[in-house]
Design a protein around this ligand. Sequence first.
Ligand code: ADP
Length: 609
Amino acid sequence: MTPTTSERHEFQAEVRQLLDLMIHSLYSHKDIFLRELISNASDALDKLRFEALTRPELQPPGELEIRLEAEPDVRSLSVWDNGIGMSRDEIVENIGTIARSGTKEFLAKVGERQGQVPPELIGQFGVGFYSSFMVADRITLLTRKAGEATATRWESSGDGYELAEAERETAGTTVTLHLKPKDEEDGLRDYTDAHVLRDIVKKYSDFVGYPVRLKGETLNSMKAIWARPKEEVSEEQYREFYKHLTHDWNDPLEHVLVRVEGAVEARALLYIPSKAPLDLFMRDAHRGVQLYVKRVFIMDDWEALLPAWLRFVRGVVASDDLSLNVSREILQKDRQMQAIRKHLARRLLGALKDMPREKYQTFWPEFGAVLKEGLVGLDENQERILELVLAPSTHGALTSLAEYVGRMQEGQDAIYYMTSATQSAAERSPHLEAFRDKGFEVLFFTDPVDELWLRLDRQFQGKKLVSVAAAGVTPGAAAEEAPAVEEWQGLLDKLRALLQDHVKDVRLSSRLKESPACLVGEAGDLSPHLRELFKRSGQEMPLAKRTLELNPTHPVIARLRELHAAGKDDPRLALYADLLYGQALLAEGGVLPDPAGFSRRLAELMVAR
Ligand code: ADP
């Protein structure tokens, strides 16, 4: 059969941009293209082996392997596998488009830097296959899907691509690179040289579970890195395995070797990345931890192996005790799997706790918000997670709750915090005044998830976590009612009547020092910040009316009382009440219900005598 129709296709715009990036990349470690191709071949072999469990006819006659074929005369290098292969449609989908969420964000970031992409950004995105364009002018991919009779040839020089029907003896994929000229200065080695290839495979792909062969010689040791004693594996090998597994070009922050023993035995090699992926908060976007049973790859869903609040963790879990012939759905509910899952979560939390503080401070800004999701539900690890929480405070940089407790003042019996959209808004809040005055430290929580877990009456080391914006909270006493002194009663009643549409109550407070008034909510009420978050996700939530607290020592409030005493129907009282309320809203970074009315009344006041 001679190749028939050859069709020309354009790349999706995102792919085009990525290819441009690759072709012009100044990335100096160009060798890694081979790691990416071998990693793809190894994944394809994993998929075939898994499929063959239920469809034995897919098993190829020979051994599953990866072959490197170099042809120095024509300057080409092929990576051959007898794995799962791709159908014509799959090529278009996998190679011609990028479905992964985060692409747009990634490219937007690239745009911001006028195309000057720092390597760690490219690496973070993991543009596997396309990295070959760093070393090749033209790439041909010949692939035949297991179980199908015909093959497809894909060819591209980085602009569009050609697709044609073709032949291949067995199922699998051959990627052929038509190499650029060698240029040591540009980091381009001679990738047809056996020494060079041997060196790269040893360095980046030694642990791959299938033989990687060059002219019959097996270049890799194939030892499962997670099953080897720590002493035998170098830091560099652990790092390279991470990159093979994740397509992340950055070094991981930490690796954790786990041995599960007892009713079910398993080994795991888990990694904490150093940078959060762009799609961290898109729940469905993750490929996380791979499960191998008897060295057969089963799945890579983190849901089965880790709780959602650890979804940033990557790695391998291997066990010979689980059954090979069960579906993913059954595995997820399996008791043994649950035991493994529990063990892994504990070990990871332990590793985070043991991390040197300086390193942990780099972890927290990347993944802290995800970890805190574990505080919202009914997870058994809540205490352990609380121990790991860091937050900035009125005392400065990130602090843990334990450190906070260690600094608590005489007479302080609670851990005080404030939630808001940004730290600078929190710092300006009138709610902090009395706490500052007393030298009581206040923690700032600014992640959306904080509102959710802090609503659930928290305690840490026997100390309550108390919001400084909650009703009745003053430093030193968790729930102290400010005494309503007799002489103020008339004014308070008047203001209550005037502001009844906006607030639930008006009372005096000792929490304020410099500000005349502030708004406070009951514990459990929806805060304005949380309401805003709901609104952004399309849900309108009613805002519970709050209480207006007044500072009786403030001249403005004293003046109001005088006005009221002189004539309780003075029309200026309504004007002042309104301004007071608006001012309290503004002070917490809130939005005025009627900004035009507010400024008109302010103007009236300025000309009044
Ligand atoms: P990634 O490997 O990070 O998903 P790539 O761009 O390297 O990204 O590959 C895209 C997809 O193309 C892979 O996910 C896989 O489905 C398919 N693919 C790549 N190489 C092969 C191969 N050798 N055999 C089968 N499928 C492959």
